[in-house]
Design a protein around this ligand. Structure first.
Ligand SMILES: N[C@@H](CCC(=O)N[C@@H](CS)C(=O)NCC(=O)O)C(=O)O
Length: 231
């Protein structure tokens, strides 16, 4: 493997996933932080890495991969680590649950945080719709974990890492006390958070001095729809 560069913000939901995966797999990487509140994601040099102007992304030699779950799959296939057994049945489950986290858990959780925490007006309909859908998705993970230790069965895989990214932030996504109502998912989150790799991933945040003020520059970087009328 070439030396990998990880482009990330603080180890929030999406950046935390490849950080955890790289640490778990013991892959050395350069940490290149993108300060989302300081407009870094829109700079041409970063758009050349991820045209979607979001973190995370990795560069591995002449390979560029963006989108957190794509990075998890790329690293797992490249290193052969944290994948389920090699069978069509296991591959079907891997792809289904990885995409369920990528296309369901992630976007609904992100929108729930947006309407609960950041939207300038508190719109009850939007807050409840996204919190409801996020919670419904977490409920599906919780139910699955009632019957098996990990999301794909008996072994810890990239699907658990993908779920950990958002699930550890459930209090912010759905509200305080929500994780306690999902005991099986809480067990998985607690187990992964206690792993040395997860602790190293979270500690990486303190290496960088991220901007924290949600000022006009930050709002313009993150919420560009506020100044552009589309419809
Ligand atoms: N589907 C993407 C979502 C990435 C994403 O939304 N990243 C957020 C941080 S968690 C971001 O970069 N936001 C910056 C922006 O929207 O300007 C993934 O899973 O990597």
């Amino acid at each position: 493997m070439h030396s990998v560069t990880l482009y990330h913000w603080e180890p929030n939901a999406n950046s935390g996933k490849p950080m955890l995966a790289l640490m778990e797999k013991g892959v050395a990487f350069d940490s290149h932080y993108i300060d989302l509140l300081a407009f870094d994601q829109h700079k041409p040099e970063y758009l050349a890495v991820n045209p979607n102007a979001k973190v995370p992304a990795i560069v591995d030699g002449d390979v560029t991969v963006f989108d957190s779950n794509a990075i998890l799959l790329y690293l797992a296939e490249k290193t052969g680590k944290f994948l389920p057994a090699k069978s069509d049945k296991a591959r079907g489950e891997l792809l289904s649950w990885l995409m369920f986290v990528a296309s369901g858990v992630g976007p609904y959780s992100g929108q729930s945080v947006h309407f609960r925490v950041y939207a300038p007006e508190k719109n009850e309909y939007a807050i409840n719709r996204y919190a409801f859908e996020a919670q419904r998705h977490y409920g599906i993970l919780d139910e699955r974990l009632a019957k098996r230790p990990y999301l794909l069965g008996d072994t810890y895989t990239i699907v658990d890492m993908a779920a950990w990214g958002w699930a550890r932030l459930i209090p912010m996504v759905v509200g305080e006390g929500a994780l306690a109502k999902l005991p099986n998912l809480k067990r998985l989150v607690d187990e992964i958070s206690a792993r040395p790799a997860a602790q190293r991933a979270v500690a990486l945040a303190s290496k960088h001095k991220f901007k924290t003020e949600m000022d006009e520059e930050a709002r313009n970087a993150l919420f560009r729809h506020m100044t552009v009328k589309v419809a």
